[in-house]
Design a protein around this ligand. Structure first.
Ligand code: CP
Length: 316
């Protein structure tokens, strides 16, 4: 493994998730792998879980970590070629990435979709610039399109529940602002490549890119979406087409504790976090034994550790 950008970088997601769970059981066995090596984490957007879990994963492997909140602490980056840099941008991605590759053996980058232009977001220029110009392996800490460290942790969390042939529902949730599609795109891809039964429940118009959801069953009723589920993954997203639109008057789509009465009593509720209580998801569910959100967040350490371990074992 030389990069970790999406499920395409893993041949067998279930096997990789099982290996991640084995690593969780003996997290300090590979502390020698990171000796005298450094991981650079570059953030253009806020983070709690990704920042802390990836640092902890690196520590477990003996790696040093450098963090750059490049949007706040770095020089403003130019990502386009051929421009005369006479505006506010003072550093080009070509030099910035090449220098980071001199300081670090592996780089991770978080760069969200801006939801202004699908063409610009789908180019993922900062991520691609780091890959092209740094000369070192790059992992996604959430890109415009995918959040694979989260999806691997989600798959681990599902496997830990030891449910054979799980029925999964990805359920749209209300929000006050337009959010990117990276988490649902990625979750759908990982579930489908794992050959799990995936239903996506969302209001009409709250669609996702069919390239990432092909094989899922779409329904437009919350009740129908959850009725047979073993796992309900709650998440807001803005629409794919037209791009970046937010739904209106859709508060009834919030999953409430009373919605769980009469369905599978063993059902488990997931969310990648952060979650806005009582807007996206009923706080009573988060406080109940239905919720797996803390398990998911804990597994972020070991999804990152498995990816870093695999890359370290294949470094030149
Ligand atoms: N789920 C997740 O990626 O959390 P952060 O945005 O806090 O890193």
């Amino acid at each position: 493994m030389r990069q970790f950008l999406s499920v395409q970088d893993v041949s067998d997601p279930i096997q990789f998730a099982h290996q991640s769970l084995e690593l969780k059981a003996r997290p300090f066995d590979f502390k020698h792998l990171g000796k005298n090596k450094c991981l650079g984490l570059v953030f253009l957007n806020p983070s709690l879980r990704t920042r802390m879990s990836t640092q902890r994963a690196a520590q477990n492997l003996g790696l040093e970590v450098m963090i750059l909140n490049i949007d706040q602490e770095g020089w403003a980056l130019e990502i386009h070629d051929g421009v005369k840099m006479n505006g506010t941008k003072v550093e080009h991605i070509r030099e910035a990435a090449a220098i980071m590759g001199q300081y670090c053996d592996i780089l991770g980058v978080r760069s969200f979709a801006e939801l202004q232009s699908i063409e610009e977001d789908y180019k993922q220029e900062i991520l691609q610039g780091l890959i092209q110009f740094s000369g070192v392996p790059v992992i996604s800490l959430e890109s415009a399109l995918f959040h694979p460290l989260q999806s691997l942790a989600d798959l681990m969390t599902i496997l830990e529940q030891k449910k054979s042939s799980p029925k999964i529902t990805l359920l749209w949730a209300p929000h006050i602002k337009a959010l990117p599609q990276a988490v649902p795109n990625s979750f759908a891809e990982w579930m489908l490549k794992s050959q799990f039964d995936l239903t996506i429940g969302a209001p009409e118009g709250m669609n996702l890119d069919p390239e990432f959801t092909k094989g899922a069953r779409w329904v437009h009723s919350k009740e129908e979406a959850i009725e047979n589920a073993d796992f309900i993954y709650v998440k807001n997203w803005s629409s794919y087409s037209p791009y970046g639109q937010i739904g209106k008057d859709l508060d009834k789509w919030m999953l409430r504790l009373e919605d769980l009465k009469g369905i599978n009593p063993e059902v488990k509720i997931m969310h990648c976090l952060p979650v806005r209580r009582n807007l996206e998801l009923d706080g009573a569910i988060l406080d109940s034994s239905y919720s797996l959100v803390v398990n998911q967040a804990r597994n972020r350490i070991f999804s990152a550790q498995m990816v870093l371990k695999t890359i370290l074992e294949n470094l030149d």
